[in-house]
Ligand binder design. Structure first.
Ligand code: FAD
Length: 819
């Protein structure tokens, strides 16, 4: 008698098992049951079929029942659902979904690979038309025909996991305006926040609107589609919704089988993938596995483990006794021009399990180039690796535009080898300039980890800066790089002149050094440590990591951005195009500087760059140098920035009303004082001028910033000095004191009473009136930095700018007041 094996589920795990079985045993009777219409379909490819990347539906169907039977002699029964199992009798009951007839099959061995199914929580309105989940070929057919028929212009994706992101990207690539809603403060839960921030930025740059820390409370049908009501009360009008909230195992049919299931419904198996019932095995998404690194029980629904388990279980049925030693979640996803991949544990998981940074584990953050920096097209690769104190690699995350798959696979292999720093350092990996560097990024992880663990350098990460508020921040980049943006309250000393300036620094003070990506910071830290500085830390990942950590997903367009758009629309200017795509930071900015010197005022420089850091820096640089960033667009991997030579206000004024320039009757006020009476005077003059049709700009600087502070307390991250200043200074117009005769606030109260009596609006009302009637209020960002005041602390509607903004406005004014 030959062995009779039944298999439940005909895709990843089930089909792998069936094929392996036949390869090992030509005589076995194999029946494969699949409740759906298709077997062995490319579920991982489904999002790309919706996005028209995979254009042929047939390419998703890797095998048909007939082709599988022809190749493997397996009796494939689609639309046949296994509904129950009788272990005692060793038989299963099957429902033929077409004929609705039920029948039985006996087995010697039974392999379960029923997979998982997407979660669909009972949210009000979830059964409305146009709300989809994506898991099967039927799902994809439904979505595809809806998209083809309705040509939706707007879609909402709910859930920022792998499939949610793939759907968001594919819909956006079809030209659909996509909103992505995610309950956590980040997408891609397997990544740490600062790494996910890189992906957030990529999605925002590609036009996807992110709603983080927000869930769906209801779907409401409207005349022209659907409205998604979010938990914060906001509503998004849309034409389709993709639900992508995660999965649960499809194991309801096992409930009365006697097979042990865990709390989540996952099938419990032993090391050999056999269930608690003899001769019944299970693989794939539906099983509980051991985490390879921690040994904890978990569920990891990925195609790789399902395929490997399908093979292994058959080997075991044929006597191999091979243990499945666990999964560790190596995964990868495309995110527009970037790729994000992770393996093993992340820092959130380490912290949750009570592990302490710097004691139990170390975090290695590097941003090496994808390949040799001198070979064109090098782009930064962002790597975060977690290493235990005994130098084992615990996990890693890699984000970048090239070579991410290579690095993650190397790192995943090192984890599986239960190796770490020593192996990483000594791996001999392929290198030629177009591909990698003499020291491969994976080697670099090993080198940096060793330096940290052996105490050659102490590092802190961007999220820890707050707890080092007494430290001096030392920016050791070049002054040009510093001009593009820096950490608040930091001092700039170029690494190349640092040795000569050490005598001006206090050796007993704590210093945090930082550069662009962490490498020069390490050099600076080594210099200082060897010169006897007692407490020096390098900021891991440098300014790059800091910027990503602090990236604001929903930053509203500022007044400056709106004016730049207006300027671009009305200005006619010559454009010079410069290609800086081969250059890495700060090369592109240096090229902007040189190129602007060669063009005339009012003309435009269009620069093509592929260093993503440039996008964040160029705005600040333009502001500080009195030029105008008209806008940045993204084309594939390339950023295209348009920069107009000259200051925004001056040019916009000239272009909008040339006659006004001749008479120059705008008004500018520098509001330096934070005294109530002086601020009232400034606002009375400003509102008066604006009512006479004059254009008014008030530049709030130093104590004047208090005039435009919000009165409520705003939670923002601040340095120690910033906090002290913040506490001591008045919060907003209601709290200001008189310059004379304040008498502990009595004077101010009396003045306000008199103003009310004489129908003079209060200062806070005058500010709002002024904003409404078009007074431009600029907060000086240099003095904000000095005084530790953050953008969120100032009232809505004010703009942020440097001296160039004020001077630009002053050029067309006949009155300049310093109050
Ligand atoms: P499945 O492949 O889901 O197969 C289970 C089959 O069993 C189903 O066809 C189901 O109909 C059938 N079945 C269930 N119960 C019964 C029953 N009682 N009787 C008969 N038949 C039954 N993973 C990655 O690693 N990388 C990716 O990029 C990736 N992308 C994905 C994209 C999408 C859109 C989807 C849906 C999944 C993706 N996955 C990805 C996950 C991956 O597809 C799964 O982890 C993998 O398919 C699991 O294999 P499995 O055999 O356990 O289950």
């Amino acid at each position: 008698k030959y062995m009779k094996v039944l298999i439940v589920g005909g895709v990843a795990g089930g089909a792998s098992a069936a094929a392996r079985l036949r390869r090992l045993d030509e005589k076995a009777e194999i029946i494969l049951f699949e409740k759906g219409k298709y077997i062995s379909f490319a579920n991982c490819g489904l999002p790309y079929y919706i996005g028209d990347v995979i254009t042929e539906r047939g390419n998703l169907l890797l095998q048909t029942p007939e082709s599988f039977n022809a190749r493997f002699n397996v009796d494939v029964r689609v639309e046949n659902e296994v509904v129950s199992i009788d272990h005692k009798e060793k038989k299963v009951k099957i429902l033929d979904r077409k004929s609705k007839a039920e029948y039985f099959e006996t087995f010697d061995k039974l392999i379960l690979s029923p997979g998982s199914t997407p979660l669909r929580p009972p949210i009000k309105g979830i059964d409305s038309d146009g709300i989809f989940t994506l898991w099967t070929v039927d799902d994809v057919d439904r979505i595809k025909s809806y998209v083809n028929a309705k040509k939706p212009k707007k879609a909402v994706v709910i859930g920022g996991g792998f499939i949610g992101l793939e759907m968001a990207e594919n819909l956006a690539d079809l030209g659909v305006e996509v909103d992505l809603v995610e309950m956590l403060d980040q997408v891609l839960a397997p990544f740490d926040f600062e790494m996910a921030q890189i992906i957030h930025q990529e999605f925002v740059d590609n036009g996807v609107k992110l709603h983080l820390k927000n869930g769906v409370s209801e779907f409401v049908k409207s005349s022209d589609g659907l409205e998604v009501v979010l938990q914060d009360g906001s509503r998004i009008k849309t034409e389709m919704v993709m639900m992508s909230l995660g999965v649960k195992p499809q194991t309801e049919f096992l409930k009365s089988s006697g097979i042990e299931l865990n709390q989540r419904g996952g099938i419990v198996v032993d090391d050999y993938l056999e269930t608690n019932l003899k001769d019944i095995y299970a693989v794939g998404d539906a099983i509980e596995v051991k985490n390879f690194i921690t040994g904890d029980k978990t569920m990891i629904p990925l195609a790789g483990p399902a395929n490997r388990q399908g093979r292994l279980v058959v080997d075991n049925i044929y006597g191999a006794k091979t243990k499945y030693d666990g999964s560790y979640g190596t995964a990868i996803v495309k995110a527009f021009s970037l790729t994000a991949a992770s393996t093993g544990l992340n820092e959130k998981q380490l912290k949750q399990s009570g592990k302490v940074l710097g004691k139990d584990y170390y975090s290695v953050v590097i941003h090496p180039n994808t390949h040799a920096s001198y070979y064109p097209g090098a782009m930064p690769l962002h790597i975060k690796a977690l290493v235990s104190s005994d130098k084992m690699l615990l996990g890693a995350q890699v984000v970048g535009s090239e070579g991410v798959d290579k690095q993650i696979d190397v790192l995943a292999t090192v984890i599986k080898a239960r190796a770490g720093v020593d192996l990483l350092k000594s791996l001999e990996l392929a290198y030629a300039p177009p591909y990698s560097s003499g020291k491969s990024p994976s080697n670099m992880v090993g080198f940096v980890a060793e330096n940290i663990i052996e105490g050659k350098v102490k590092v802190i990460t961007a999220d820890m800066l707050d707890s080092f508020s007494d430290a001096v921040l030392l920016d050791i980049r070049t002054p040009e790089e510093n001009s593009m943006g820096s950490l608040p309250d930091s001092v700039n000393i170029d690494l190349d002149v640092l040795r000569g300036k050490l005598s001006t620094l206090d050796k007993s003070q704590t210093y945090i050094v930082y550069c662009a990506v962490g490498l020069r910071g390490y050099v600076a830290a080594r210099i200082m440590m060897q010169e006897g500085f007692s407490s020096v830390y390098n900021l891991a990942g440098g300014y790059s990591s800091y910027s990503y950590y602090n990236y604001e997903v929903n930053k509203k367009p500022t007044q400056t951005m709106k004016m730049a758009r207006e300027l671009e629309q009305i200005a006619s200017s010559e454009t010079t195009v410069v290609d800086a795509t081969g250059l890495a930071c700060p090369g592109p900015i240096m090229r902007v500087k040189q190129s602007l010197e060669t063009i005339n005022h009012g003309n435009v420089l269009e620069i093509h760059v592929n260093d993503p850091g440039f996008k964040n820096d160029i705005g600040t640089w333009c502001e500080r140098t009195g030029n105008t960033l008209l806008g940045i667009t993204k084309e594939g991997k390339k950023f295209i920035a348009r920069i107009r030579k000259g200051s925004l206000e001056c040019d916009l004024n000239k272009l909008k009303s040339p006659h006004v320039i001749d008479s120059g009757n705008d008004k500018t006020i520098v509001c330096f004082s934070g005294d109530l009476d002086k601020a009232i005077a400034a606002l009375i003059i400003a509102n008066g001028a604006v009512s006479m049709g004059r254009k008014v700009t008030i530049f709030f600087t130093f104590w004047g910033l208090n005039v435009i502070r919000k009165s409520e307390k705003v939670k923002v991250k601040k340095s120690f000095i910033g906090k002290m200043f913040g506490m001591m200074m008045p919060r907003g117009p209601k709290k200001l004191a008189l310059s004379k005769m304040n008498m502990g606030g009595m004077g101010a109260t009396m003045i306000k009473g008199l103003m009310k009596k004489h129908n003079v609006p209060l200062l806070e009302d005058m500010i709002q009136m002024g904003l409404k009637s078009g007074i431009r209020m600029i907060a000086c960002n240099m003095s904000m930095d000095l005084m530790g005041i953050k953008e969120d602390e100032l009232i809505d509607g004010v703009d942020f700018g440097g001296v160039a903004s004020y001077l630009g406005a002053a050029e067309t004014a006949d009155t300049n007041l310093f109050i």
